[in-house]
Design a protein around this ligand. Structure first.
Ligand code: AMP
Length: 381
């Protein structure tokens, strides 16, 4: 069995590593270079999407910002899971918001805006503050503006108009104005839906961001909002007739969840599952798209994940902490780039807290900003 992944980054690589013991081969299609590569070592295996599609039994994706010229032939191949509609919903906030409404899943009230007049109308309709988001290519807080006061409309729209002018002519960029949600915390649900429609869910994971980028993820056992999150997952996954791993990011407001966004793929907030669950999200995605039974998603032991941004080395002594597992992505370092992650596991939440403190003491503070403050904010036990 051969799986072709659209995108050749770390997510494809971690899927490939999990596919090896299942006797499943994973190749990746690098959308930018048009090359077929081995996602583990980036070795070039061939050229062109047509060849890649012919040679694959199943086609899937590790990212959602995929050009239409690539999506169309994938859909036509009849091998593409979770399918174009799911990918487009993850890659375009207008389609995503419409999907959420159609599935009857709660999210921040919104309006599409194309002009200053429409922005003024959105302020009337939704109130302030607003979060303005680019419809395409927005991730990790990029392509976002905050509008807090009515006096800022002119200045904010000038910036947005400039942004829209510079946008690629190929894809139709736009703006979604969303009500600002004064949330208590952010969680995500990673789950998988098989070809038979059966779903499995990992525990809700609490996510902590620094400058809009995920820094720490901590799965929570028996979270009071787990059942609500699973119901919303099912509504969305059924609406899309989804096959594979799907991640949903939520804002928690009191005892209510609102969807922030969906990711039609394995997700950074599910990386802890490599050490904390019997079957990781990567293995379950491969199982789902290949039509195999899904694996157990139960949290086996307290675990957390810390992202490594911009660095390609850590002191060796980090591995000396019991329960530490390093996952490097083999990428060239650039400031802020996701280079790897650390999974930390322990037999009890107390011990996890202690090991987290040991880990923070060994990590270079300048490369892990706010981790120490986060340690005091995150209640692990
Ligand atoms: P996103 O790229 O949509 O995930 O947004 C990045 C971050 O901005 C989120 O993780 C939130 O912390 C914040 N954010 C996004 N949308 C809203 C909103 N409607 N209300 C409040 N905060 C938001």
């Amino acid at each position: 069995m051969r799986v072709l992944v659209l995108g050749a980054g770390q997510l494809a690589r971690m899927m490939a590593l999990e596919a090896i013991p299942l006797n499943i081969e994973v190749q990746a299609f690098d959308v930018r270079s048009d090359q077929i590569v081995d996602p583990i070592n980036q070795q070039v295996l061939g050229e062109g999407l047509q060849q890649a599609l012919r040679d694959a039994d199943v086609v899937t994706a590790e990212f959602e910002h995929i050009p239409q010229v690539v999506l169309e032939p994938c859909e036509q191949s009849g091998k593409f899971l979770p399918g174009s509609r799911a990918i487009l919903s993850g890659g375009d906030r207008r389609i995503e918001k419409a999907l959420l409404q159609q599935a009857g899943v709660a999210s921040a009230a919104y309006a599409e805006v194309h002009s200053k007049a429409e922005l003024e109308a959105a302020v009337q309709q939704l109130g302030l503050p607003l979060v303005l988001k680019s419809a395409l290519e927005g991730y990790d807080g990029k392509g976002q503006w905050r509008l807090k006061q009515i006096e800022q409309i002119d200045a904010v729209w000038t910036e947005i108009a400039q942004f829209l002018k510079q946008a690629s002519k190929k894809a139709k960029q736009g703006i979604v104005a969303e009500q600002f949600i004064p949330f208590d915390y952010e969680v995500s649900l990673v789950g998988a839906r098989g070809k038979d429609g059966q779903c499995v869910y990992y525990p809700l994971t609490e996510n902590h961001h620094v400058n809009g980028v995920l820094s720490v993820s901590l799965p929570r056992l028996a979270h009071p909002l787990q059942a609500q999150a699973e119901r919303m997952f099912q509504l969305l996954a059924n609406e899309l007739d989804y096959v594979g791993v799907l991640a949903i990011e939520f804002f928690a407001v009191g005892d209510r969840l609102l969807v922030n966004e969906i990711a039609p793929r394995v997700h950074n907030s599910g990386h802890w599952s490599q050490q904390g669950a019997d079957t990781s999200q990567f293995a379950n995605h491969i199982r789902a798209v290949c039509g195999l039974p899904l694996g157990d998603t139960t949290l086996l032991r307290p675990t957390l994940m810390v992202n490594i941004l911009g660095l390609d080395q850590l002191p060796d002594c980090v591995l000396g902490i019991a329960g530490v597992h390093l996952h490097w992505y083999g990428k060239a370092p650039r400031p802020g780039r996701k280079m790897g992650h650390i999974n930390l596991a322990a037999d009890s939440t107390n011990s996890l807290g202690q090991r987290f403190a040991e880990l923070i003491a060994l990590l270079p503070a300048e490369d892990f900003p706010e981790l120490s403050q986060m340690q005091s904010r995150i209640s692990i036990s």
